[in-house]
Design a binder for this molecule. Structure first.
Ligand code: ZN
Length: 95
């Protein structure tokens, strides 16, 4: 799926929903980019829609590409719902 643009004011506990699947922002890890700019890595927590196991997924600060499934199931290469390339419904709820 395409990268999702993220707002600037994300806080821990923010929940990003992709269709029915919730990703909770569990940790914001600050880091300094090679050019000296401060940035962060976001750690999101979700449950695999195939087996239900909890997994964490890290993304960049400003846009995010999400794995919808756990390590074991992400190679399935099948969309979680609907057809490949279909637009997912996104919603963001700040804590
Ligand atoms: Zn799984």
């Amino acid at each position: 799926m395409p990268a999702i643009p993220l707002p600037d004011d994300l806080t821990i506990g923010t929940v990003l929903k992709i269709d029915a699947q919730a990703f909770e922002l569990a940790e914001i890890e600050p880091y300094t980019r090679k050019d000296g700019q401060a940035s962060a890595i976001l750690h999101w927590r979700s449950n695999c829609p195939t087996c239900g196991v909890e997994f964490t997924h890290s993304t960049g600060r400003t846009s995010a590409q999400f794995n919808r499934r756990c390590e074991e199931h992400r190679k399935a290469a099948k969309p979680v719902t609907g057809k490949r390339g279909r637009k997912c419904k996104l919603s963001l709820a700040t804590a």
